[in-house]
Ligand binder design. Structure first.
Ligand SMILES: [Fe+2]
Length: 391
């Protein structure tokens, strides 16, 4: 995370004696980061060492089952056809996979109450399509609502508390740190004037709560496609203070300020995040191109070096016909794609759009899981036919 934060009590220098004022016990200092000792990090002060494991359960696999390892076809999937289930982890369903990232969805009905979760492999971006609640971590509480991207660095122990049972989440797991684009920042990391968001748009953990509890605390740890059930003897949220640059945060798609132009602007102007081998873009309601002869619909493009995955959130998506909320389209690198029949003419003269979508461009081809194929829209690849050419 790009700017310094501090919560609770911390000593005036790092790595010195820091004791409980009543009983004189030393707090347990922990350095938390995801890139050795050279990336961003936080120093965290626990009541108890974060190492008190009392039991280990039997690991089990959650590795996605691949249906299409290789393909060259425009595909589409109905995300909202995923049946809701009670448990958050049970509900997490991976759809697209490569070595840089996994993309999935979830429709959990219940809050996490009897366990905590930690993804030891991947930074997570959780886009909240439906529902609201609170992300609970040792750094504090992050309330979330429709439109929020929750960015959770790998290694963060968390719980999701939902306000209701109707929740729809888009999930991205990145095996490298998730960042906002470097070109939006100056040499000390401040967001520049042309960035579509600024520091004020980031929501950081609040209301640090310190749980001084002993007992049995179950943390399900995901690593290398397996879940390892661990039981700890002390509550994982036993932090009295922390500071640094490493913590979960939220930013809303509704706070993304679109950049517009006289003629059609390319997708990089919509960029929200990046990681190794992918970018994430936010398409939000905006004014259309204002050249007198402008064509607001995108031109055909042949993104030979990137797959393109669009997730439709809200509004009418002007370049596509028959697209529903929660639907994915996947346009693979290697063949061109473009607006659906009629979409170009339809767009001319339009002044604005209410469309909202999240686009994920993986730079290496993704494999398609069995779970995704169960949601497939049949024959999407033929959807550019105005009328059958044969037969
Ligand atoms: Fe595209």
């Amino acid at each position: 995370m790009p700017f310094y934060q501090q919560r609770g009590k911390i000593p005036h220098k790092r790595h010195i004696q820091f004791r409980h004022q009543d009983n004189g016990a030393l707090y347990a200092e922990e350095l938390v980061g995801t890139q050795g000792f050279s990336g961003v990090s936080a120093l965290v002060y626990h009541l108890h060492p974060p190492t008190i494991v009392t039991e280990k359960g039997k690991p089990y696999s959650v590795a996605p089952k691949i249906a299409l390892e290789k393909h060259l076809s425009a595909l589409s999937f109905k995300g909202f056809s995923l049946q809701p289930v009670d448990d958050y982890l049970d509900s997490r369903t991976t759809l697209f996979v490569n070595n840089n990232l996994h993309i999935g969805i979830a429709a959990p009905r219940q809050s996490m109450t009897d366990y905590f979760f930690k993804n030891a492999d991947a930074d997570e971006i959780i886009f909240v399509h439906r529902g609201s609640g609170t992300l609970k971590t040792m750094y504090g509480q992050l309330p979330f609502e429709y439109g929020d991207y929750l960015v959770i660095p790998r290694g963060t122990v968390y719980q999701l508390e939902f306000d209701q049972t109707d929740n729809r989440l888009l999930l991205l797991e990145s095996f490298s740190p998730v960042r906002t684009p470097r070109r939006y920042r100056n040499e000390v990391g401040q967001l520049l004037e042309h960035s579509p968001f600024c520091e004020r748009d980031f929501k950081t953990p609040q209301d640090l709560m310190t749980y001084d509890e002993r007992g049995h605390f179950n943390i399900l740890i995901k690593k290398q496609g397996m879940v390892y059930p661990y039981t700890y003897g002390t509550h994982p949220f036993d932090v009295v203070g922390w500071d640094g640059y490493h913590y979960p945060y939220a930013i809303s798609i509704h706070d993304f300020e679109p950049l517009t132009g006289r003629i059609h602007m390319p997708p990089p102007i919509h960029q929200q995040f990046e990681g190794e081998g992918f970018v994430v873009c936010s398409f939000v309601p905006r004014l259309y191109d204002y050249h007198p002869d402008a064509i607001p619909a995108p031109y055909h493009h042949s993104n030979i070096d990137s797959d393109e995955i669009l997730y439709y959130v809200d509004g009418d998506f002007m370049s596509r016909n028959n697209i529903q909320k929660g639907q994915f389209t996947l346009h693979p690198g290697g063949i061109p794609h473009g607006p659906h029949p009629g979409a170009v003419e339809r767009s001319i003269g339009k002044k604005s759009t209410e469309e909202m979508a999240v686009m994920i461009d993986p730079f290496h081809p993704v494999m398609i899981t069995e779970a995704a194929m169960a949601l497939e829209v049949e024959d999407y690849y033929k959807s550019w036919l105005e009328e059958p050419l044969v037969g």
